[in-house]
Design a protein around this ligand. Structure first.
Ligand code: FE2
Length: 379
């Protein structure tokens, strides 16, 4: 039952469910709320014609020059889906106005109205303005309307994609965090363990200047590193006495179990491979495969260090926590045998930062979390 709940959560991340969720969200977002269109033209008759053509299907805002239109965009840019601007206007040409809008609001669809003579110049400036289309005057209102409708469909597609990606990221992040805390809750002595291991791993990864994709994968791997323990009975996980040989073998199976659980999820293929390696040792005496040195993926070596440091500095059912200083001494001693010597040296170098993070994970975790930044700091 316990296992089943987790697997239901993971099913959310699998391909079929992703497609279903995607189409559901798309349908929801396409419920017809009127989009807002900004029309910019110094000729009153043109504005009136455009307004008549579009007002039935869209909310219309008008401006009679680029300057006035820029002020509107500054105040209502987030509401505007599409702009139709004339090219020849006093004070500011249409291309100049649209270029300025493109910097701040790249997703607003931009259409330019132009006379025959302007076409060459317009084509040159299409890239600067991120122009969706230009329409040569005099225009047929119905054709213009069709172009606008298709521009709005493009806006919806881009906008929905951004929202969906953000929603999925949030769902993914919250799900793995939930699994991590549920895992830690299986043993009262490991409260907050997965989060701290992730935090220390991210400190090392950032100091190694690893790229964003690797940071994301390390964070995911850190949070899920002990997921293979789900199948291990609580009485073994929390046993205060020495484990029997049989129990120890079962405990040692958790990295391989973790790999097996995640390998069917495309997004987590790399991560599942790393989880398998977080109890390997630099000297080849680890488990499950006895990998040696750089045969162990770097993230496996990072998580191994972070995991051991956290285990040493936390009270467990069978012993009291060691001090930060004693744990650092231990890491020094084991550099080159249990741990990658270069990473161990880096860990020692970052030890003040790690100690501060250990004492206040709630403040420090968001500082290092790549996944949180992706969700909460992107527009
Ligand atoms: Fe582990």
């Amino acid at each position: 039952m316990y296992y089943g709940v987790f697997m239901d959560n993971f099913a959310l991340l699998k391909e079929d469910s992703f497609e279903e969720s995607l189409s559901e969200i798309l349908q929801l977002n396409q419920k017809n709320e009127k989009h807002t269109i900004l029309l910019v033209d110094d000729e009153v008759n043109n504005l009136q014609l455009l307004r008549r053509t579009l007002r039935h299907d869209y909310n219309i805002i008008t401006a009679s020059n680029g300057k006035e239109a820029l002020e509107i965009v500054e105040g209502k840019g987030d509401e505007i889906a599409l702009i139709v601007s004339d090219q020849k206007m006093p004070e500011m040409e249409g291309t100049e106005f649209l270029k300025r809008v493109a910097g701040e609001y790249p997703d607003i669809v931009k259409i330019l109205l132009t006379g025959h003579l302007d076409v060459d110049a317009i084509v040159d400036s299409i890239n600067d303005c991120h122009l969706y289309q230009y329409i040569v005057k005099p225009f047929d209102p119905e054709e213009l309307k069709m172009t606008i409708d298709s521009g709005i469909r493009k806006f919806d597609l881009v906008n929905n994609k951004t929202v969906i990606l953000k929603d999925l990221r949030e769902l993914f992040y919250k799900t793995i965090k939930l699994i991590a805390s549920a895992l830690d809750a299986k043993d009262p002595y490991t409260h907050g363990h997965s989060l701290r291991v992730t935090m220390y791993s991210l400190i090392l990864a950032k100091n190694l200047n690893l790229d964003d994709t690797t940071l994301e994968e390390i964070e995911t791997a850190g949070l899920l590193h002990d997921i293979g323990k789900i199948g291990i009975p609580q009485k073994i996980l929390c046993k205060p006495d020495k484990l029997t040989d049989e129990e120890y073998e079962l405990m040692k199976s958790h990295p391989a179990r973790a790999e097996k659980m995640l390998m069917g999820i495309k997004k987590l293929t790399v991560v599942s491979n790393w989880l398998r390696c977080h109890h390997e040792r630099w000297d080849g005496k680890g488990y499950p495969y006895g990998l040696k040195g750089e045969e162990i993926p770097i993230s496996g070596r990072i998580i191994a260090l972070a995991d051991t440091y956290d285990a040493m500095t936390s009270t467990r059912s069978y012993r009291k926590a060691l001090s930060h200083e004693t744990a650092i001494e231990e890491i020094k001693k084991c550099a080159g045998t249990q741990f990658d010597p270069v990473l161990a040296e880096l860990f020692i170098k970052c030890s003040d930062e790690i100690k501060a993070a250990k004492e206040d994970p709630e403040t420090y975790y968001p500082k290092y979390s790549y996944l949180q930044k992706q969700i909460y700091e992107t527009k």
